[in-house]
Design a protein around this ligand. Structure first.
Ligand code: HEC
Length: 109
């Protein structure tokens, strides 16, 4: 019984570690982009190429202050202040950074 409990505990800890190391993920960001940004900004190729790596990096600083600023007073304002964006922001950043216009990478979406 005791052994079982500690095994379960170990599994939970391992799972927790797994999910935190996977906390920023290009693939997840790509999915989120297609779901959330594509309708306004077009394909992932086009979207990520709107900015350079430095610009994307900076855009997500301070709770994505600059990103929110870009969308202020536009159709995207509600989205950029919303929960969905907050939840996926680390992944989105990872995806956008990976395929920024100076990254040399082109996504297949
Ligand atoms: C509901 C529509 C909408 C959504 C959703 C949206 N945006 Fe925007 N976004 C806009 C509008 C409108 C502007 C301001 C006009 C423009 O530059 O196209 C803008 C501006 C921007 C800019 C600044 C462009 C520039 O010229 O400096 C970037 C970069 C950007 N958005 C990226 C994104 C990304 C990445 C996402 C998803 C995480 C996203 N947007 C989601 C509508 C949206």
């Amino acid at each position: 019984m005791k052994k079982r409990t500690s095994l379960l505990f170990t599994a939970l800890v391992a799972l927790g570690m797994l999910s935190s190391t996977a906390s920023a993920d290009v693939k997840k960001g790509q999915k989120a982009y297609l779901k959330q940004c594509k309708k306004c900004h077009g394909s992932g190729t086009k979207g990520a190429a709107m900015k350079s790596q430095d610009e994307w990096e900076a855009a997500f600083d301070n709770e994505a202050e600059t990103f929110v600023e870009w969308h202020k007073g536009t159709d995207g304002e509600k989205y950029s202040n919303g929960k969905k964006f907050k939840k996926y922001a680390p992944h989105l950043k990872e995806f956008l950074f990976e395929y920024a216009n100076d990254s040399g990478n082109v996504p297949s979406c």
